[in-house]
Design a protein around this ligand. Structure first.
Ligand code: F6R
Length: 609
């Protein structure tokens, strides 16, 4: 978490950096700062608060510079305040540094540097790095060597950007376990934690790998390993346009991203059709090499994994386990070369998911990742990548990433099922047709909501609730979990997702007229069972909001509020059913006046364990 930006080139670095920080604010937003080289001195400005709150002041700062770095923080070590905000300076005020990650050996480094006479001003782990470079410089022939020696001593995770009066025409960067990407311009270059930071200037990028450092001038980028040897790097062109990273008239990114789902799902289908149709290879996967699957993921991506288990077991007939990535490595999983491990991750940078992948790789499992971010760590460490084509997801609450993950997982299931003979080619084509109808069905639902505002009206009825219960069964049980997660993370209302049949074993005690009970009750093999569960809620005076299909009359009669969604194949119903629940959470958070895109305590990309 935390976002870093650096710029060197022909424009005013301050404006480019502030712009970039605003686009990275999803990564952390408790304080922000910049450092620039101005008239032979390092100028810094840093402050507690969100970038947009301090943007006006930042823009007003009367300085001009062609080189600088910036940071938006998600505090780990040291409270969010002005002093702990990055950039941090060395004692001589000739080096400024921003950092994303955690320096695990910071306490011993701090002790050592204090003994050598360095003075620390903040409580952060980060500040040790800048003093360490200063210290190394005393024994080094040049700044590059000092930077390299300092980086070698760091334990933990880091993406670092540094500017210095010792070499003012260069931005120095380094990476281990935290993302860092270099943007290539004409007579200017950029560094950032994520591509949207500089997408309005360039879409040509170099992804830094772990244990690499780089020197970036306005005309040249050179990458080295930790022995100081040059490393050849590939330039990647990112197919995202800036409009995807802007609000386009919507009040929040979350609302925009919910409404983008028809396009995102359609792109995910078309972007992956070639391997499904065998026009290209799905490289890195030998379908005969594994006899079971383990899925690892976190949060919303984990919920996609729970649904994929139904796909892979019921359709492709492969035993599948699903684990929270944060639990996987501590449960000593039985994983070997006969296991396919599928990681699902929007960002491709979630520390727990990457750790689970690394454990599986050590045990010789094959790794497939379902990922949204080109060039991210997960895509580089996996044997095979299936991309989702959601485009940049800026809102912290994940929406379009989830529906595109389900789409990609369903496509992979079809591929596997055909190759393993559990589905005929005709059946695959039938499922594919159903999948291809999803975008227009989603579009119809979203357009109707824009006209009639049904979800919005129901949200208005319930936005003062203190608790909510979400129920679902079978493939839609994870949708109950996802609906509850959306509500709690952005509206701070306590919500629980439960398998509807499990309600009577405990949560039924919660039900009264004040607790909204959201039930997913669309057509499928468990519908009758879900209807009985609704009866049980009604018998206890619960108020039921049902997600259902127009043809399911019984639910229409029983429920107090109805969210009607188009009818689709049962396995694909989660893709449709989640959308009203995303909107329900969105409107409630908006009615409560909360910052929907940047909920408290959260960050988009969780790069710490
Ligand atoms: C919830 C949310 C998080 C992420 C989780 C995993 O709305 O956004 O729960 O789903 O942090 O992130 P990725 O998919 O990037 O690994």
């Amino acid at each position: 978490m935390c976002g870093i930006v650096g710029y060197i080139g022909k424009d005013n670095a301050k404006d480019v950096i502030v712009d970039g920080l605003k686009r990275l604010e999803y990564r952390g937003y408790d304080s922000a700062g910049i450092a620039l080289i101005v008239d032979g001195e390092i100028f810094t400005y840093k402050k507690q608060g969100k970038i947009r709150n301090i943007e006006v002041e930042l823009r007003r700062v009367p300085v001009y510079s062609n080189v600088g770095i910036g940071h938006t923080r998600w505090a780990t070590h040291g409270k969010p305040n002005d002093v702990n905000a990055h950039p941090h300076l060395d004692c001589t005020k000739k080096i400024a540094l921003v950092h994303n990650g955690i320096v695990e050996n910071y306490a011993e480094l701090r002790r050592e540097l204090t003994e050598k006479g360095h003075t620390f001003t903040s409580q952060t782990d980060t500040e040790v790095i800048v003093h360490l470079i200063e210290e190394e410089l005393k024994h080094s022939s040049d700044f590059f060597t000092a930077f390299l020696s300092a980086v070698k001593r760091l334990q933990g995770s880091y993406a670092i950007a540094v500017i210095t009066l010792h070499q003012p025409d260069t931005v120095f960067v380094a990476r281990k376990d935290s993302p860092l990407v270099i943007g290539l311009g004409e007579g200017e270059n950029f560094v950032a934690s994520d591509v949207p930071a500089f997408l309005s200037y360039t879409n040509r990028v170099i992804f830094l790998d772990d244990f690499e450092i780089a020197t970036v001038t306005s005309s040249q980028v050179s990458v080295f390993d930790l022995n100081g040897e040059r490393v050849g790097k590939q330039t990647v062109t990112i197919p995202w346009s800036l409009s995807l990273a802007e609000k386009a008239g919507y009040k929040h990114f979350m609302l925009k991203e919910i409404n983008e789902q028809p396009r995102a799902v359609a792109d995910t289908i078309s972007g992956n059709l070639s391997w499904l149709r065998k026009e290209t290879e799905l490289e890195g996967i030998d379908l005969n090499s594994f006899n079971r699957i383990q899925i690892v993921a976190c949060g919303t991506s984990y919920h996609a994994g729970l649904i994929a288990k139904f796909y892979l077991e019921n359709i492709a007939k492969i035993p599948t386990e699903v684990d929270y990535a944060s639990e996987y490595r501590y449960r000593d999983p039985i994983v070997d070369e006969k296991t396919l491990v599928i990681s699902i991750t929007q960002s491709g940078e979630t520390a727990d998911t990457l750790a689970a992948m690394r454990l599986a790789k050590k045990e010789r499992a094959k790794l497939l990742t379902i990922c949204n971010v080109i060039g991210s760590t997960a895509t580089r460490e996996a044997d095979t990548v299936i991309y989702t084509y959601a485009g940049p997801e800026i809102s912290v609450a994940s929406t379009k990433a989830f529906t595109t993950q389900l789409t990609a997982l369903f496509l992979f299931t079809l591929y596997l099922s055909r190759e393993r003979g559990t589905l005929s080619s005709e059946e695959v084509e039938r499922y594919l047709r159903e999948l291809m109808e999803l975008p227009s069905k989603l579009e119809t639902f979203l357009n109707l909501e824009k006209e009639e505002g049904v979800v919005r009206k129901i949200a208005l009825e319930f936005y003062r609730a203190k608790d909510a219960l979400y129920l679902g069964r079978h493939v839609n049980y994870p949708i109950a979990l996802e609906g509850a997660l959306k509500l709690k993370e952005i509206s701070y209302i306590h919500a629980e997702g439960y398998p509807a049949g499990e309600m009577k074993h405990g949560p039924i005690a919660l039900i009264d007229e004040n607790v909204p009970v959201v039930v997913v009750a669309t057509k499928g093999k468990v519908l009758e069972k879900v209807i009985s569960n609704i009866e049980e809620v009604k018998a206890r005076k619960g108020r039921v909001i049902a997600v259902t299909n127009p043809s399911v009359k019984k639910v229409g009669e029983l429920a107090d509020f109805i969210l009607q969604v188009p009818e689709v194949d049962e396995y694909l119903s989660p893709v449709v059913n989640v959308v009203p629940l995303q909107l329900f959470a969105y409107y409630i958070a908006d009615f409560l006046g909360y910052d929907v895109d940047q909920p408290r305590n959260l960050a988009k990309s969780v790069t710490v364990e």
